[in-house]
Ligand binder design. Sequence first.
Ligand SMILES: [Zn+2]
Ligand SMILES: [Zn+2]
Length: 270
Amino acid sequence: MKQRRMDYHLHTTHSMDGRQSVEALCRSMAEMGVEEICLTEHIEPGHPDKSLDIPPVWPVYLDEIRQMRKKYPQLVIRAGVEIGDNPLLRDQIKAELDKLPLDFRLLSLHLVNGVDPYEKELYFAGKTRDQAYREYAEAKAESILAWTDFDSIAHIGYAAKFSAFTGPEQALVYADAPDVFDAILRHIIRLGKCLEVNTSGFASTGDTFAHSTIIRRYIELGGENFTFGSDSHDVTRNYDGIERAKEMVRALGGKYQASFEKRKMTLWRI
Ligand SMILES: [Zn+2]
Ligand SMILES: [Zn+2]
């Protein structure tokens, strides 16, 4: 089994908050010797910020990826989606996704009981750290347990990215909600799906999303499959922190890094 340089969480201008073209993304990845990338553009159905609830124009997105595959034959380019789950619209989201010929589904949650923790003042107001983090963890569990048809679980601990709590209090760790995280991790393992190691955490909490303590528990429970993603929205962060994160997960005993073609998983050494 071989190793592979891959980034499975990426945004371009097909996402409403992406700041790089597909071409700029592919060029920078090819220059860095990355072998495979997966674009994971946002859908955010029912997000209270209407400017975020704008999905990609799918035929245009897929067509552009086809063109880039011809232009950068040395780079494997996959078409994915970051599903911004919303319990109120879940059936509709699932039905829409089933119509799309995508390679990869990254299940994500940015809304915690209707509020995006990105709106720091709104989300953290009047909450203790324990309340704020537990509420997030429980919402994330509710979301994940309601899905079976996904490939990887995005950035567990997202609420800590914009936390009102700083320093050693910022990271959301396994001990913050062990029962909730166990339910999440057991679900992923039972289905044979992947846990994402999202490197955007290095800049905020100094660790990954999911936190290394959660990754350790996943491995302890028998979890083997990971995807690695930079969650880059512009050319400066493509593949950022991926090798560092792989080293960390390898040291924790992590086994496989997954890639996806038409939803079919292939495993590589981390
Ligand atoms: Zn996200
Ligand atoms: Zn993202």
